[in-house]
Design a binder for this molecule. Structure first.
Ligand code: DGP
Length: 113
């Protein structure tokens, strides 16, 4: 989508610190990290949120394969990490290109309010 910031990151017209990329999936460092490691994984095909992405479940699988490949190669699977996705206003979604936060690198408190 032409005015989507994460599409522009995927195209390379907005710079990002990439940690993982294949034909379909991109992983990059979050601009406002909430933990020592805070990455975002996206599918290059534009959807607005996970319910939209669920129309093509293969895309969800491709993102999670990317997350698995990256976290294993980085050793994050040994210490643990969290995957979070926000949908809509009450969850605090601020970018409307489906993305999965991968958070770790330190002990994480209990998730909730
Ligand atoms: P959410 O609140 O779930 O929609 O998360 C959006 C995240 O995107 C937020 O943690 C900050 C991050 N973000 C916003 N704009 C940019 C950007 O231009 N570059 C990068 N790397 N991250 C961004």
């Amino acid at each position: 989508m032409s005015d989507c910031i994460f599409c522009k990151i995927a195209e390379g017209s907005i710079p990002s610190t990439k940690v993982f990329e294949n034909e379909n999936v991109l992983g990059f460092v979050d601009l406002h990290p909430q933990a020592k490691i805070h990455l975002l994984f996206i599918h290059k095909n534009h959807t607005v949120d996970i319910n939209d992405m669920a129309a093509n479940p293969v895309h969800i699988g491709e993102v999670f394969q990317g997350i698995a490949e990256y976290t294993k190669s980085a050793g994050l699977d040994k210490t643990g990490f969290r995957v979070v996705t926000n949908l809509g206003r009450e969850a605090g979604q601020s970018v409307f290109h489906t993305h999965f936060h991968v958070v770790g690198g330190e002990h994480l408190g209990h998730f909730g309010r």
